[in-house]
Structures are given as structure tokens and as C-alpha cells.
Design a protein around this ligand. Structure first.
Ligand code: PEP
Ligand code: MN
Length: 263
């Protein structure tokens, strides 16, 4: 089996002056869903203040219930792109199908393929034809091998800029939304040259655990963190309970520096 993702030297992904997979731990943050222009400018200010490099925000939301907020679509994309630009940040948003990929591919710096679409092979192939870096989240019940083979679809189609994201897997434990598989960071880095980041927000599903899981992720070798933060989590249309307040996000970023120095 010859896999493009298998080699011994580590790859770094360079996006407009930001290096993912290098010495620096890259902090990415923002709300689960883009809701308004003001919400995005406040979120961008928070990420900037924390020393983060990348603003996140979903505009096409793959929600569990069809009756939950599905995202603002193109209107939201403009809020995300503008807010990131104003704070000199890069931006990332999720695509859920060929149509949303086409709409965002030339407008954002990084594309996210979410857990639910990790094995949407046609979407992976299409994303592989683009030149835009891709964050590929691990599927809810995907083994590490399945996750790496999903990444391989993108690589094989010609896009070498893939960032793996561990975001928790479904286990029998109901205390947390998912179970953060920190071993996956080391295993994926052993088996693949691609950068590996961790999303503690979707793993925990609750904000009280985010700081500890973020520190543990850095200690485990993560190249970056993707963390949800909202100017007013109580009012969030999506994932409020796991979103950090701006104050918590900035405080955590300060604490992470100490951990990063130590590893
Ligand atoms: C998200 O990042 O908002 C998201 C839906 O994540 P996941 O695909 O990991 O559930
Ligand atoms: Mn979310």
C-alpha cells in the first residue's frame, strides 16, 4: 500500500504567513455559527486579543436536527471574511457538499470538512482538486485508519495541504458530548506527516472542560487548537454550552503559552 500521507518527515502547511505544523501552536477560534456582522467582529477581536491566528465560523451548518439553525449561508460568509480581514486573521469555514464548496473555496483561507462528512468521498475528491488547505475532522465513529484514508482521498486528488483535526469520538460515556481521543494525536503523527490539531469544544460539549483538554492536547503534541468562543454564549444559535466567553478564551490562550513552552 503506497500512501501519499505516509512519510517520515513532517509537513507544514503555509497559509498567508501562518505555518501550521511548525514550532508554533496555532490557535483558531470563533463561534460555531456565524450569526451577525457584530458577532463576527467581536469574535475576531477576541481571537486577535488572544494571539490567535485563524477565525472560525460556520455558515453551512450540518445540524443534528433539521429544525435547528442551519446557518446564514453566503450572507454569513461575508461577515466571516470581513471580520477576519479587519483583524488581519485568516478564516476557516465548513463545507457540506459540492455547492457550498464551490461558493466558499476562493473566499476563505482554509476549508473545514466536518466529522459528519469525513467519509463523503465525492466531497473529499472535489476538495482535493482545489488548492485551498483543508481541515479534515475525524468522523464521529471513525478509526484513525479510516480518518487517514479519508485524508488520502484529498491528497490523492492533488491537494497536499491537509490538517487533521481530532474532535472527539462517540463512546459509551454520556458525561461529555464525545470522548476526546488524545492518543489519536500521537498515533496520527506517527502514521502520517500531516499536522494534527485538536478541537476540544466538540469533544467535551461543555465549556468547563475546555481549558484542561486544550492544555492536555498541547502536551500530547497537537500542532494547534480549534476552540469555539462566542461574545454571548447564552444567546448562541449553536453550541452555546461548549463555547467559551471572550474572557475565558483570552485567559486560556495566556495559560496555553506556558504549556507550549514546557513541551
Ligand atoms: C463545527 O466545527 O462546528 C462542527 C460541526 O464540528 P464537527 O464536524 O467536529 O462536529
Ligand atoms: Mn459547533
Amino acid at each position: 500500500l503506497r500512501l501519499a500521507g505516509l512519510k517520515t518527515t513532517r509537513s507544514t502547511i503555509e497559509v498567508k504567513g501562518v505555518t501550521i505544523g511548525g514550532k508554533e501552536i496555532i490557535l483558531m477560534g470563533g463561534p460555531c455559527a456565524v450569526e451577525s456582522s457584530i458577532q463576527m467582529s467581536q469574535s475576531a477581536a477576541t481571537v486577535k486579543q488572544a494571539g490567535g491566528k485563524i477565525l472560525r465560523g460556520g455558515v453551512f451548518k450540518p445540524r443534528t436536527s433539521p429544525y435547528s439553525f442551519q446557518g446564514l449561508g453566503l450572507e454569513g460568509l461575508n461577515y466571516l471574511v470581513q471580520a477576519a480581514k479587519d483583524q488581519d486573521l485568516l478564516c476557516v469555514t465548513e463545507v457540506i457538499d459540492a455547492a457550498s464548496l464551490e461558493l466558499v473555496v476562493d473566499k476563505v483561507d482554509i476549508i473545514q470538512i466536518g466529522a459528519r462528512n469525513m467519509q463523503n468521498f465525492e466531497l473529499l475528491k472535489l476538495a482535493g482538486k482545489s488548492k485551498t488547505p483543508i481541515i479534515l475532522k475525524r468522523g464521529l465513529s471513525a478509526t484513525i485508519e479510516e480518518w487517514l484514508l479519508a485524508a488520502e482521498y484529498i491528497l490523492a486528488a492533488g491537494n497536499s495541504q491537509v490538517i487533521l483535526c481530532e474532535r472527539g469520538i462517540r463512546t459509551f460515556e454520556p458525561s461529555t458530548r464525545n470522548t476526546l481521543d488524545l492518543s489519536a494525536v500521537g498515533v496520527a503523527k506517527e502514521l502520517s506527516h500531516l499536522p494534527v490539531i485538536v478541537d476540544p469544544s466538540h469533544a467535551a460539549g461543555r465549556r468547563d472542560l475546555i481549558a484542561a483538554l486544550s492544555k492536555a492536547a498541547i502536551a500530547a503534541g497537537a500542532d494547534g487548537l480549534l476552540i469555539e468562543t462566542h461574545p454571548n454564549p447564552a444567546e448562541a444559535t449553536s453550541d452555546g454550552p461548549q463555547s467559551l466567553t471572550p474572557e475565558q478564551f483570552v485567559q486560556l490562550a495566556g495559560e496555553l503559552g506556558v504549556v507550549a513552552e514546557a513541551v
